[in-house]
Design a protein around this ligand. Structure first.
Ligand SMILES: Nc1ncnc2c1ncn2[C@@H]1O[C@H](COP(=O)(O)OP(=O)(O)OP(=O)(O)O)[C@@H](O)[C@H]1O
Ligand SMILES: [Mg+2]
Length: 461
């Protein structure tokens, strides 16, 4: 009897033919989906509406990869989700078989070769590279040394015009408290070698646009990684009259898909020099922190915005060492409530308070950026009411329509165009018509993308 190691087993998996080498599994259990190159046998199985990826590999590696993926998921890092490991497999003739690592198939994802096979424009290659860089930086931030950075070990998903990259192979990974510069350089060196080879391969297959060259692409990965890393981790110093720079930094990070939790803000004793260093954290963190501090129960993006403002308030009033709850109380009285009160009651129903405050901050940021100095909050609130709120219809934050959500419930229905075993129905998740879960309709993508930043971007467009 095979043994299952799983924190959350799917009982339907137990009846699968574990006593058969994966290569020989009956086709009735299998589903053909795009798959990257691999040393091990990898197959996709469908049980009910769920699709799993199975990889046959020696037990200690299967276990190690399972644990690594579990940690990466716990740390909210984009990677495939581990389901379990099946060990002690014995064939009918008594031979022992390798273990199988089970992961959930990442919906709407494509290996890079499939992407290139379908023809990609140079601009698309750049976005692919960007997604890869963001993934590597995210992994490094949580202390994950990948060891086998490559396009083959990454899956790509369309993500509202951009791409999101997910780690698929964690076999060589190691999780540390924090990576040293040397460890990060090690991963970068591996990335250079592997990606150079992979781009050469694509080029040899005639699939790389002539304007692109593997060496330049690999160099750009390195440059972009370094830029992103310093945006994420570098300490920034400026003087007290330029507080809007804190917000600009947060916005740049949000636009890159990063969530900034607490900003580590320190001022010198005269309050004339400010140092900031962002800390990047997990989802749900902001709404929990805001609720604890102020009793305001709001959406995550609103909470992040309000907390950033609270942190700025703390720095402005030079209360770094003060009790958080006391500062939060002052912020409510001196900042939040006056803004809400500035709205005439006839306009008060247009937006809920947290959203309204968020919009006022937004408005002030645009005014301050334009003016090159900080516009006081009361002034921004007045201007917002006059020039924006009056003209707004009575509406709240847009949420995805329920029809869209139902549409995504069963993405594996072949009638909807998924590739079948003979490959007769080519499914192309990159076609606009087949657009998979986008930022606002699917969990994983929504974790990754900053909806707030998108809304701002749309508004600017
Ligand atoms: N959960 C998943 N969702 C979608 N595709 C997957 C999943 N797991 C594996 N794959 C596909 O299978 C391919 C091979 O998986 P993986 O890289 O883990 O195998 P490997 O044999 O360990 O590779 P390597 O040769 O790098 O050691 C991936 O490139 C990917 O296309
Ligand atoms: Mg691999």
């Amino acid at each position: 009897m095979p043994r299952f190691l799983s924190a959350n087993p799917d009982p339907r998996l137990i009846t699968l033919p574990w006593g058969t080498p994966l290569e020989d599994w009956p086709t009735e259990n299998l589903v053909a989906l795009p798959r990257g190159i691999s040393r091990h046998v990898v197959r996709f199985v469908r049980v009910g509406h769920d699709v799993y990826a199975l990889k046959e590999v020696v037990e200690h590696l299967a276990r190690h990869e399972y644990l690594m993926l579990r940690d990466l998921n716990r740390l909210d890092t984009p990677s495939v989700e581990p389901v379990g490991v099946v060990t002690e497999r014995v064939a009918a003739d008594g031979t022992t078989l390798d273990s199988i690592l089970i992961t959930r198939h990442l919906q709407f994802s494509l290996p890079y070769r499939t992407v290139f096979n379908r023809g990609v424009r140079p601009d698309t290659v750049n976005r692919l590279v960007d997604a890869m860089v963001v993934l590597l930086a995210r992994l490094h931030l949580v202390g994950f040394l990948w060891g086998d950075v490559s396009l083959s070990n990454t899956l790509f998903r369309r993500d509202a015009g951009a791409f999101a990259a997910y780690l698929v192979d964690a076999e060589t990974g190691e999780l540390h408290d924090e990576l040293t510069d040397g460890q990060r350089e090690h991963d970068l060196a591996i990335a250079r070698t592997n990606l150079f080879g992979e781009f050469l391969d694509v080029q040899a297959g005639g699939l790389l646009d002539e304007s692109l060259d593997p060496e330049t692409l690999v160099l750009s990965i390195e440059t972009r990684y370094r830029e992103l890393w310093s945006e994420l981790t570098e300490v920034e110093e400026f003087d007290g009259s330029q507080m809007h720079r804190i917000e600009s930094r947060v916005r740049r990070l949000n636009a890159l898909g990063f969530d900034v939790a607490e900003l580590d803000i320190t001022t010198d004793f005269a309050g004339s020099t400010v140092r900031i260093q962002p800390k990047v954290v997990d989802a749900g963190h902001h709404s929990r922190r805001l609720l604890r501090l102020t009793g305001l129960d709001v959406e995550e993006n609103q909470a992040r915005r309000l907390l950033n403002d609270l942190d700025t308030f703390r720095a402005q009033t030079d209360q770094q060492g003060a009790d958080e709850a006391i500062v939060a109380h002052q912020w409510l009285q001196q900042r939040f409530e006056p803004v809400i009160a500035a709205v005439p009651s006839s306009l008060g129903s247009k937006l809920e308070p947290a959203e309204l405050y968020h919009e006022v901050l937004e408005h002030r940021w645009f005014l301050s950026e334009g003016a090159g100095h900080e516009i006081p909050l009361p002034e921004a609130a007045q201007s917002y009411v006059r020039s924006v709120l009056k003209h707004r219809p009575d509406e709240r934050v847009e949420v995805p329509g329920s029809e869209e959500l139902t549409q995504l419930q069963n993405p594996y229905d072949p009638s909807q165009g998924f590739i079948d075993d003979e490959g007769e129905k080519p499914y192309d998740p990159w076609e606009d018509d087949n657009l998979g879960p986008d930022a606002e309709t699917a969990g994983a993508a929504a974790d990754f993308l900053d909806i707030d930043a998108l809304r701002r971007k749309n508004r600017k467009d």
